[in-house]
Design a protein around this ligand. Structure first.
Ligand code: TTP
Ligand code: MG
Ligand code: MG
Length: 399
């Protein structure tokens, strides 16, 4: 649809978000079709591997038999109807759905099916941003086809390649497409036009916006803002006063469905980061040990991510969000790229020293950017000269 009477203005983009339905559980159902229609939960360890009875039948674990501290990765829609969700403790879930079947996670199988569905979509539409194991964005703007027909063709291709269903939403940008793919799950095909912002998006809880986490939505609720529509009506100055300038601005833009971010179609990540929002706000002095442990853990996870992606990075950064939502970042660039957790911890520690830590913190993050590929496969890697002695070389910092 071209904007009439406004020459030079580009037509709205057509961005699809595709998300697989109950992904881990659906992959398990391919292997155990006899479980279709039953409440099924994925989590726990190999102890939950099904056994085989003397008559050849499989014997599955039930939630009620589980003892341990494991959490649920996902649940089928039948299990969700009983109140069981991702990230819930398995023992807690057992109280709600004692008879539900429990299967252990099998990441190799999920990764395999992840590759299959992405390859199938790439055959039809090459402009893809990979957003993790079960979701992608697809840019349909340049395609001549009718949007609904094309989205259905993508769904059919995913099913043909994997035997699995997915939900797709096509909207003007990534933010709306991501919200929309959840609206008609499972097996959804949702098209969001300009009129749908007020009708379908504004009544939703603010939490549905990707980027408004549990803490921010709690804070919004305390200010009387529950829905996306209420957020859209909020005063810009009021939001900036309570959430800091940049996050406050972003909140308002998001509630109005504005998002200009392009797709990141490169398979090479630009940066790798991990962040965590604390259960309660922490103080640099009073909670020093906890903060230090979290900081080290974040660096270790970033290092693991780098190893997995076979890359390393030269720019190490931190992100802090204070109790008043003010967000501060610091980074520094090293003479050579690193991927070791301790080296990252050391560089990130340098960044941290450049921030006055006089207020409580709600979030801490670590980022490595200016990435380069490692070259060798990880198991063949030998440390390069100088790689292990970077601590004294922290040279250039910029805020
Ligand atoms: P999601 O796409 O969030 O969930 P889903 O595919 O299981 O269900 P839906 O139909 O609502 O999309 O996550 C994809 C997979 O990621 C999910 O199958 C399991 C895993 N996962 C976790 O391990 N822990 C979590 O907390 C979540 C949310 C997902
Ligand atoms: Mg999913
Ligand atoms: Mg997902």
């Amino acid at each position: 649809m071209a904007a009439r009477g406004q020459p030079g203005r580009s037509p709205p983009r057509r961005i699809a978000h595709l998300d697989m339905d109950a992904f881990y559980a659906s992959v398990e159902l391919l292997r155990y079709p006899e479980l279709r229609g039953l409440p099924l939960v994925i989590g726990g360890s190999s102890a939950q591997q099904p056994g085989v009875l003397a008559n050849g039948e499989r014997r599955f674990s039930r939630l009620r038999d589980y003892v341990g501290r494991g959490v649920i990765t996902t649940a089928t829609y039948e299990a969700r109807a009983l109140g069981v969700y991702s990230a819930m403790g398995i023992m807690k879930a057992a109280r709600l759905a004692p008879d539900a079947i429990l299967l252990p996670v099998d990441f190799a199988a999920y990764r395999h099916h992840s590759r299959l569905f992405k390859a199938a979509v790439a055959q039809l539409a090459p402009q893809i941003e990979d957003r993790g194991i079960d979701e992608i964005y697809i840019d349909l703007s340049a395609l001549a086809d009718d949007t609904a027909t094309f989205a259905q063709r993508i769904k059919d291709a995913v099913r043909a390649a994997t035997g699995l269903s997915c939900s797709i939403c096509v909207a003007a940008n990534k933010l709306l497409a991501k919200i929309g793919s959840d609206l008609d799950k499972p097996d959804g095909l949702t098209l969001l036009g300009a009129d749908d912002l007020v009708r379908r998006i504004w009544p939703l809880p603010a939490r549905r916006i990707n980027g408004i986490g549990p803490k921010a939505s709690e804070r919004l609720a305390a200010l009387g803002i529950h829905s996306i529509g209420e957020l859209a009506q909020a005063d810009a100055g009021f939001l900036q006063q309570h959430f800091g300038r940049s996050y406050g601005r972003w909140l308002l833009a998001a509630a109005h469905g504005n998002d200009e971010r392009p797709l990141n179609t490169s398979s090479e990540p630009k940066s790798i980061s991990r962040e965590t929002t604390f259960e309660r706000d922490l103080h640099a002095r009073g909670d020093r040990r906890t903060l230090s442990a979290v900081f080290t853990e974040l660096c270790t996870r970033v290092a693991d991510d780098l190893h997995r992606k076979h890359c390393r990075g030269r720019t190490i950064g931190i992100k802090l969000r204070f109790a008043d939502f003010q967000t501060v970042t610091r980074d520094l660039t090293l003479p050579a790229a690193i991927d070791d957790a301790q080296d990252i911890r050391r560089a990130a520690g340098e960044c941290l020293r450049r921030v006055p830590l006089d207020r409580r913190l709600r979030l801490l993050g670590v980022r490595v950017s200016a990435l380069s590929p490692c070259g060798e496969a990880p198991d063949q890697r030998v440390p390069r000269q100088g790689e292990l002695a970077l601590a004294g070389d922290l040279c250039r910092g910029h805020d």
